[in-house]
Design a protein around this ligand. Structure first.
Ligand code: HEM
Length: 484
């Protein structure tokens, strides 16, 4: 802000910012004190609704640089060849906690990335885990209700958390991951990121590929044990946020090596796992991770409210050459985010500096509404028009999908040859070293022991038993020992 006299919101000079105006000495306060009324009224409106999930987070700007030729797979302009650079904004987050909650908790971390490309903003709204708890968006509100505050106690309740997971066996893989060593990253810099869902890439010839994105931290993976996290969360609730900002201030720019797994479209129907099931990974032996780029964060936002709190990311923000898959979770998300943004930030959220395209401009005929700034001037607001306005291109961003059969209905995600709810959870358990298994069992048992009902705890243990007999047996013993 410039020097000069303090002013009201309307720009008039303020004479006294210490004493409100009264009727005489010691008398009641006057309504004509515009500064007082304005200050109190504006203060009451300083908050916007926090995100319904991922409320707690931190963000930074940076650069994505392409390191490989991916033009055989996608025609996206920002991926056009090695050396191509794109400005990005990345917001990290936890999922369940409120805006003021601690960073060092056992929870997935959000990894929401906005690429400001010359063909519009491309948002990849992922997590630090390659899979998720459920595979159908219709279950998401129920799932999150169990992660958030109970309607009666006002706290997160182990009974609800484990009741839902026990009754949703498809969560076993993600829960095994979450209670393992990577469940509490030491910082946002020391964890990987994933697009998690399968997305469509299509090339200039119109050929389709299914891809999964991986962001491998160049800082190395570092995690906290449950005990370390407990201490840190109390001592420094802002630990992750502070770490990210201070590292960038020191010029230690965190970076990630970016890769993709690429599946030719023809493989999808017969692959051993349904490639559109978010509870499953594609083992690297089937589809190796191919390096395509480098992501670096190098600039802190200047104003947290304007650029982090008001930032919006949508899985529906695609660019030419990239599109959705039929993953039922992703399909639900294509609706949910824009809807959340219109409620949380407003219908013109996309006009804010952090959200608007930086390498092109938005030429839409949607306009007006709350806080519209008049940017379209006198231009006609419809299409087609005869006044030289922007017009449709006639080319879709992604290619059609026709890999489905039958009529409409509440169809579950169709299982492929090796799909069940437990196979990959068991594989993950068997991959762990003995000390990793011990910590996993201790973490799970510590949480399960807080459940008040034996039937809820037993049903949850049964899912891990289905994943691996040894896993189930050891967990059963550990829970029994803690429950007494
Ligand atoms: C159908 C399932 C899901 C629904 C309905 C859903 C819905 C939402 C909503 C409403 C928000 C708040 C958006 C805002 O206010 O700006 C949000 C945030 C977020 N979600 Fe989801 N979500 C789902 C699944 C997922 C999955 C599977 C991932 C990761 C793979 C994910 C990652 C995120 C991230 C990273 C954010 C924070 C974005 C930011 O930093 O602003 N969500 N989600």
């Amino acid at each position: 802000m410039t020097q000069g006299p303090l002013t009201t919101e309307a720009g008039a000079p303020v004479a006294d910012n210490q004493n409100s105006e009264t009727a005489g000495i010691g008398g009641p306060v006057l309504v004509q004190d515009q500064l007082l009324l304005e200050k109190l009224a504006h203060f009451n409106r300083e908050r916007i609704p926090e995100r319904v999930v991922h409320a707690r987070g931190a963000g930074a700007y940076g650069t994505f640089t392409v390191t490989a030729d991916v033009t055989p797979y996608t025609r996206a302009a920002f991926l056009a060849g090695p050396g191509e650079e794109t400005e990005v904004f990345l917001r990290f987050s936890t999922v369940a906690g409120n805006l003021g909650s601690a960073d060092a908790v056992r929870d997935p971390r959000g990894f929401a990335l906005k690429f400001y490309t010359e063909e519009g903003n491309y948002d990849l709204v992922g997590n630090n885990t390659p899979v998720f708890f459920i595979r159908d968006a219709i279950k998401f509100p129920d799932f999150i209700h169990t992660q958030k505050r109970d309607p009666y106690t006002g706290s997160q309740e182990a009974d609800s958390v484990w009741d839902f997971w026990g009754l949703s066996p498809e969560s076993t893989h993600q829960v095994t991951w979450l209670f393992g060593d990577r469940g509490i990253p030491a910082s946002y810099r020391h964890m990987d990121g994933f697009g998690s869902h399968t997305y469509q890439w299509n090339n200039a010839a119109g050929e389709v590929f299914w891809v999964k994105y991986h962001f491998k931290t160049d800082q190395g993976i570092k995690n906290l044990t449950a005990e370390e996290a407990g201490v840190l969360a109390g001592r420094d609730p802002d630990s992750h946020q502070r770490d990210l900002r201070e590292a960038i201030e020191r010029g230690e720019f965190p970076s990630w090596t970016v890769g993709v797994q690429i599946m030719p479209a023809a493989d999808a129907a017969t692959y051993r796992f349904n490639p559109f099931d978010l509870t499953k990974v594609w083992p690297h032996a089937d589809y190796p991770v191919v390096e395509i780029g480098r992501l670096e964060l190098n600039r802190n936002p200047g104003n947290v409210f304007a650029e982090v709190e008001q930032s919006v990311f949508s899985p529906a923000h695609f660019v030419p050459g990239i599109g959705p898959s039929p993953d039922k979770m992703l399909q639900g998300r294509l609706f949910a985010y824009g809807d959340a943004h219109r409620y949380r930030v407003g219908v013109n959220a996309g006009h804010l500096p952090v959200n608007r395209p930086h390498a092109t401009e938005a030429r839409t005929h949607s306009r007006d509404g709350l806080l519209y700034d008049g940017r379209h001037g006198a231009a006609k607001n419809y299409e087609p028009n005869s006044f030289g306005g922007p017009a449709q291109t006639g080319r879709a961003l992604w290619q059609p999908y026709d890999g489905f059969a039958g009529g409409t209905g509440g169809h579950p995600t169709p299982p492929h040859a090796e799909d069940d709810d437990f196979v990959q959870a068991g594989d993950l358990y068997r991959l762990m070293t003995e000390p990793e298994k011990e910590r996993l069992i201790a973490n799970l048992a510590g949480s399960l022991a807080q459940v008040s009902r034996a039937d809820i705890a037993e049903r949850a243990v049964e899912n891990f038993r289905s994943a691996d007999a040894d896993f189930g047996k050891r967990l059963d013993t550990a829970v029994a020992a803690l429950r007494g």
